[in-house]
Design a protein around this ligand. Structure first.
Ligand SMILES: Cc1ncc(COP(=O)(O)O)c(C=O)c1O
Length: 406
């Protein structure tokens, strides 16, 4: 099995695993108690926050009270580096200071786009399955008239890797943008190791949207950290809610985004502020401006909880794969014409993301089934003709017995 898998996967995933099934629900007792009887199958949209995040939120308030405007020195000297280090460890990147935070990934995306001289022609390579943040933004850029966006269809999935590699090879691109796991199917994209060597020009801006990877799919970014931006955030599998997204900014490259905030050169603000605009030499060059860092406290608390509980990405992924198998057994037993292995979008379940997408019928039939499930206490989410079921640490395999389609 090992040889055929996407190189995103770290080797330890394949070491022998204990059989024991651990239950993690206790870590999420407050969200579970606040929504009794609900089987929440939409963590790929919004993950429940573990209990530790509530204490973290209050800690932020208390720190703000005790330090007031002096809190910023403490936050940037201690709290930001702690979370940078936690993320760097998970992604196996060597330079935590290359990690920069923002309230959402769109801000980081647009800041990166603004490193191109304003108004210059751009050739952008991407897929037809990028999340709205990039999709809307790239369509809007096309309206300029000198921005060309080529979108490689992700389907058929089994030929996508080859078609993507050919497209990368085909010409010089100013920007290449691709997900780690596609939001509209859960299918994993080919890892950069399979196409990065085909990039023709050294100045191409390359970004991977890792939102459905971080905290879910064991990811070793060390081979790409000097070349490829990695974008992700805390709203999904990092379980810390909205407000704490981040980018791993490639090291040793100079980025001067036009859309810049004063945090991007924090260390030099005491110097005269005239002449060419300066930037930090690390990931902070992509920073914005004043931000509510309470979400960073929540993320810090989650990262510490993962450490305490032994919840590595490898362990989390293993647990979710067990849940996915249990879910498949349940839908096999239900024998529904809409939700079954034939309507499941996939390209190999070993590398699949942490939600399943079923495509059937039309938008109305899908929304009707989602509503039917919701009435029976099963929360899913749907987009057009696709129904998505996500899997979370706060599920147990037997929970899926609650699912009924009729
Ligand atoms: C693949 C992907 N990227 C990004 C986001 C979030 O984007 P933003 O941080 O710009 O709101 C989502 C949210 O669902 C997503 O699915």
């Amino acid at each position: 099995m090992k040889g055929g898998l996407a190189p995103f996967f770290v080797d330890s995933f394949f070491e022998d695993k204990e059989d024991e099934v651990t239950m993690y629900k206790a870590l999420y007792s407050r969200f579970l108690a606040a929504r009794p009887g609900l089987l929440h199958c939409a963590p790929h949209s919004h993950y429940y926050w573990p209990d530790v995040t509530r204490e973290a939120q209050l800690r932020y308030w208390d720190d703000a009270a005790s330090m007031a405007d002096e809190k910023w020195g403490y936050l940037f000297a201690e709290r930001v580096p702690a979370v940078q280090q936690g993320i760097a460890k998970i992604l196996n990147v060597s330079s935590p200071q290359q990690i920069v935070f923002a309230p959402n990934t769109h801000e980081l995306l647009y800041r990166a786009i603004s490193t191109f001289r304003y108004g210059r022609p751009l050739a952008v390579l991407t897929t037809d399955s990028e999340f709205h943040s990039f999709n809307r933004q790239s369509r809007r850029l096309e309206e300029r008239g000198n921005v060309e966006v080529v979108r490689v269809p992700t389907e058929p999935f089994d030929s996508f890797a080859a078609r993507w590699r050919d497209a990368v090879t085909g010409r010089d691109w100013d920007m290449i943008f691709i997900s780690q796991v596609f939001y509209n199917s859960g299918v994993a994209a080919p890892a950069p190791s399979t196409w990065l060597d085909q990039v023709q020009n050294d100045d191409a801006l390359i970004m991977v949207d890792g939102y459905h990877g971080f905290g879910a799919i064991p990811t070793d970014w060390s081979a790409y950290e000097d070349r490829v931006f990695y974008l992700a955030g805390a709203y999904k599998y990092a379980q810390a809610g909205e407000g704490c997204c981040f980018a791993v900014v490639p090291k040793g490259r100079e980025f001067r985004p036009e859309y810049t905030g004063w945090f991007a050169d924090f260390g030099s603000l005491a110097k005269p502020q005239d002449g060419p605009v300066g930037y930090a030499v690390d990931g902070m060059c992509m920073a914005g401006a004043t931000v509510d860092l309470s979400a960073l406290y929540r993320l810090d608390a989650v990262l510490q909880m993962w450490e305490r509980e032994g919840l590595t990405s490898v362990r989390v992924h293993e647990y979710i794969r067990e849940l996915q198998q249990a879910f498949l057994v349940r839908i096999d037993a239900l024998g529904d014409a809409r939700v079954n292995r034939q309507t499941l979008l996939e390209n190999g379940l070993e590398t699949h993301g942490h939600f399943f997408t079923f495509r059937f019928g039309d938008a109305q039939q899908v929304s009707e089934l989602a509503a039917h499930l919701r009435e029976r206490g099963v929360a899913t989410d749907f987009r057009n003709d696709r129904l998505r079921f996500g899997f979370a640490l706060y599920h147990n395999a037997e929970d899926y017995q609650q699912i009924e389609f009729e």
